[in-house]
Ligand binder design. Structure first.
Ligand code: MV4
Length: 510
C-alpha cells in the first residue's frame, strides 16, 4: 500500500460524479485519470481529466464494470488509487479486494466492511450489537416455511419480507395478513435467488409512510469517527430519490445527536473507514429505526457539503492517504439550509421514460446560493446505456424558506432542450403545499402526483413558444439549415446530429 500522499487517481466512473471527483483531485494537486467506454469518447469527464483511457464497449458490464481492465489501466498509468464514485463498482467488495491485492488504494471502506454491510441481514445484526434501534423483526433468515406463520404472528402485520442481498427496495414484499404469507415468502426467496444468487430473506414489521432520513458518517484509520448531520430523502418515486434536503424539516438538535451517535456507533462496530451513510426510517413520533449502511459516497452528498462547508471527496482522499480527519465532531456546525434537485433525462409525461438524444441546448442557472454538478454540456448525448441522471442542482439559503425561493427561481432559469428532463417535475414538488410546509413522508410523491398531474414552470403555450424560439435561434447561430442540405454541402457529424435533433423537436412543437 502506498504510504503518504496520493499522486494520481483513476476514476472508475462517468458523468457528473466522475467530474465531481476530478475537481477534488485538481483542488488537491492530484492527477485525475478518466476511463471511458467507446460511446463516451467525447464525454465531458474525458475532456476534463488529465489522462483518459478506453475501457471497452458501451455496455457497462464490458467497460465500467470490467474489473480486470480497470485494474490493468490503473497499473499501466501508475495510479496510486481508484475512486469508484457511486453505482458501478462502488459497493463491490470483490473489486475492493482486487484493488487491495494489487496494492492500489480503493477509496472507500475495506473490502470486508463492504461485504459485511452489503448483506442487509448481517448489517441488521451489527446494528443490534451496536445498540441501534431496529424495526421489530427477525435477525436470522427464514429457513423453515412451517414456522413463518408463528414468527409473523409474533412480529404482527403488516410485515415486510426483505432479501438479505437486496437493499434499495429490491426484492421486498408487503404482507397484510396471514393469507398469502407463505406464497409471499416463497416467491421472495425465489426472486432473491435468481436476482442476487442468494435466496435468504428476513422479516420486518412494515412501517406505513415513514420518513427516510440518513446520516453522513466519516471515519479515519486512526479510530476517529464522526457524523456530519442528516439528509432528508423522503421525496422519491419508485425508490428513486428526486429531492433531498438538509436539515430535515423535522430535525431537532436532540434527535440529530441521538441519530448521529447511533450512526457513529455502527461505524465503530464495523471498523468503518472513509465516507458512509447510515439510513434510518423515522415514524410520526420521531422514533427512528436503522435500515442499512451505504458504503459509498452518495449522489446527494453535496447537500451535506453545502451546510457543513466540508469537501467530502477531498476528505475521502485524505483519509485514504492515512491522514487523520481534518475536523472533530465539535467543529461540525451545520449552517443554513440546502436543497438538491436531481435532473434526469426522463419524460415525466411518459411515465418517466428515459429520454435519449442530443442535449441541444444546455444552460445552467447561477447566482446566489446555486451549485450545479453536471455531467453534460450542450452537445452531449444521452444514450440508453447508463443511468439517465444529467445533473444535480444544489441550492443553499440561510434558512429553508430562502433555499426554497432560490430553488424555484433557479429551476425556472434552467434550460435543457433536445431531451426531456425532470426540471418541471422538481419545480412542481417545490411549489406543492406539503413540501413548502415540510410535511411529507416517503408516500408523498406517489400520493400527490398519482397520474403525472403536475404543472410545469411555464404554461404549455409559453413553453412551446420559448422552445421554438430557442431552437430557431440555435439553428441560426449554428447555420443549420432547416431544409435538408444537398450532399455536396458538407456538414460535420455533430451539425447533422444537431440538425436532426432540432428538426425532430421542432416537428413536435409545431
Ligand atoms: C421499510 C419500509 C417500511 N417498513 N422497512 C425501501 C428501500 C429500502 N432501503 C428499504 N425500504 C423501506 N423499508 C420497513 N420495515 C419502507 C421502505 C420504503 C422506503 C424507504 C426509504 C425511502 C423510500 C421508501 C419507499 C417505499 C418504501
Amino acid at each position: 500500500m502506498t504510504k503518504g500522499n496520493i499522486r494520481k487517481i483513476l476514476i472508475a466512473n462517468r458523468g457528473e460524479i466522475a467530474i465531481r471527483i476530478i475537481r477534488a483531485c485538481h483542488d488537491a494537486g492530484i492527477i485525475a485519470v478518466a476511463v471511458y467506454s467507446e460511446i463516451d469518447k467525447t464525454a465531458y469527464h474525458v475532456r476534463l481529466a488529465d489522462e483518459a483511457y478506453c475501457v471497452g464497449p458501451a455496455l457497462a458490464r464490458e467497460s465500467y464494470l470490467n474489473q480486470r481492465k480497470i485494474i490493468e489501466i490503473a497499473h499501466d498509468c501508475g495510479a496510486d488509487a481508484i475512486h469508484p464514485g457511486y453505482g458501478f463498482l462502488a459497493e463491490n467488495s470483490e473489486f475492493a479486494r482486487l484493488c487491495e491485492k494489487n496494492e492500489i488504494i480503493f477509496i472507500g471502506p475495506k473490502s470486508e466492511t463492504i461485504a459485511l454491510l452489503g448483506d442487509k441481514l448481517e448489517a441488521r445484526r451489527v446494528a443490534i450489537k451496536a445498540g441501534l434501534p431496529v424495526v421489530p423483526g427477525t435477525d436470522y433468515d427464514i429457513q423453515d416455511i412451517k414456522k413463518v406463520s408463528s414468527i409473523a404472528k409474533d412480529i404482527g402485520y403488516p410485515l415486510l419480507v426483505k432479501a438479505a442481498a437486496g437493499g434499495g427496495g429490491k426484492g421486498m414484499r408487503i404482507v397484510q395478513s396471514e393469507d398469502g404469507l407463505v406464497e409471499s415468502v416463497e416467491s421472495a426467496i425465489r426472486e432473491a435467488g435468481s436476482a442476487f444468487g442468494d435466496g435468504r430473506v428476513y422479516f420486518e414489521k412494515y412501517l406505513e409512510n415513514p420518513r427516510h432520513i440518513e446520516i453522513q458518517i466519516f471515519a479515519d484509520s486512526h479510530g476517529n469517527a464522526v457524523y456530519l448531520g442528516e439528509r432528508e430523502c423522503s421525496i422519491q418515486r419508485r425508490h428513486q430519490k428526486v429531492i433531498e434536503e438538509s436539515p430535515s424539516p423535522i430535525m431537532t438538535p436532540e434527535l440529530r445527536k441521538k441519530m448521529g451517535m447511533a450512526a457513529v456507533n455502527i461505524a465503530k462496530e464495523s471498523k468503518y473507514l472513509g465516507a458512509g451513510t447510515v439510513e434510518f426510517l423515522v415514524d410520526g413520533n420521531c422514533n427512528f429505526y436503522f435500515l442499512e449502511v451505504n458504503t459509498r459516497l452518495q449522489v446527494e452528498h453535496p447537500v451535506t457539503e453545502m451546510v457543513t462547508g466540508i469537501d467530502l471527496v477531498r476528505e475521502q482522499i485524505r483519509v485514504a492517504e492515512g491522514k487523520t480527519l481534518s475536523f472533530k465532531q465539535e467543529d461540525i456546525q451545520p449552517r443554513g439550509h440546502a436543497i438538491e434537485c436531481r435532473i434526469y433525462a426522463e419524460d415525466p409525461h411518459q411515465d418517466f421514460m428515459p429520454s435519449t438524444g442530443i442535449v441541444a441546448e444546455y444552460r445552467e442557472p447561477s447566482g446566489p446560493g446555486i451549485r450545479v454538478d453536471s455531467g453534460v454540456v450542450s452537445g452531449s448525448e444521452i444514450s440508453i446505456y447508463y443511468d439517465p441522471i444529467m445533473a444535480k442542482m444544489i441550492v443553499w439559503g440561510r434558512d429553508r424558506e430562502e433555499s426554497m425561493e432560490r430553488t424555484e427561481r433557479a429551476l425556472t432559469e434552467y434550460r435543457i432542450s433536445g431531451v426531456h428532463s425532470t426540471i418541471g417535475f422538481a419545480c412542481s414538488i417545490i411549489r406543492s403545499g406539503g413540501f413548502r410546509k415540510g410535511e411529507y413522508s416517503t408516500g408523498y410523491v406517489d400520493h400527490e402526483f398519482p397520474d403525472r398531474n403536475f404543472e410545469c414552470p411555464l404554461s404549455d403555450q409559453a413553453r412551446k413558444a420559448a422552445f421554438a424560439a430557442v431552437i430557431f435561434d440555435y439553428m441560426e447561430r449554428q447555420k443549420i439549415a432547416i431544409a435538408p442540405k444537398r450532399n455536396s454541402e458538407k456538414q460535420s457529424g455533430w451539425a447533422q446530429y444537431y440538425r436532426n435533433s432540432a428538426v425532430n423537436r421542432l416537428d413536435k412543437v409545431r
